[in-house]
Design a protein around this ligand. Sequence first.
Ligand code: SF4
Ligand code: SF4
Length: 107
Amino acid sequence: MTNNEEKFPTATFEEKFKMLAVMSDTDRERAAENVLYICKDYCGKCPTNQGTGESNLAFCTLGKSTIIQEHKGCLCGQCPITKTMSLRWEYYCTQGKALELSEAKRR
Ligand code: SF4
Ligand code: SF4
């Protein structure tokens, strides 16, 4: 096991983001596909998204929606990506991606 693999489970979002930055393109594509696959069951089914006509997902990674505006509940806290990536925010669809929230020092 590499040093990063040992540290990953307990690292902060910022530390994990740095570790993932050195991934190969293939691994990065695979990880992005995995986020979308998982997100279908959370963003895809949450009350804030339902009925808006939004077809994008993975707002924590790809950035905010141009359609969703009204908060009606967020399922991100139940999504495995929150734990995997140590995310600590919610409503990425209106607030923007995790990296932006981190850089804006939102706790
Ligand atoms: S970020 Fe939260 S509120 Fe927005 S679509 Fe995803 S689960 Fe719903
Ligand atoms: S944390 Fe939220 S935006 Fe990110 S993949 Fe999970 S449900 Fe989607």
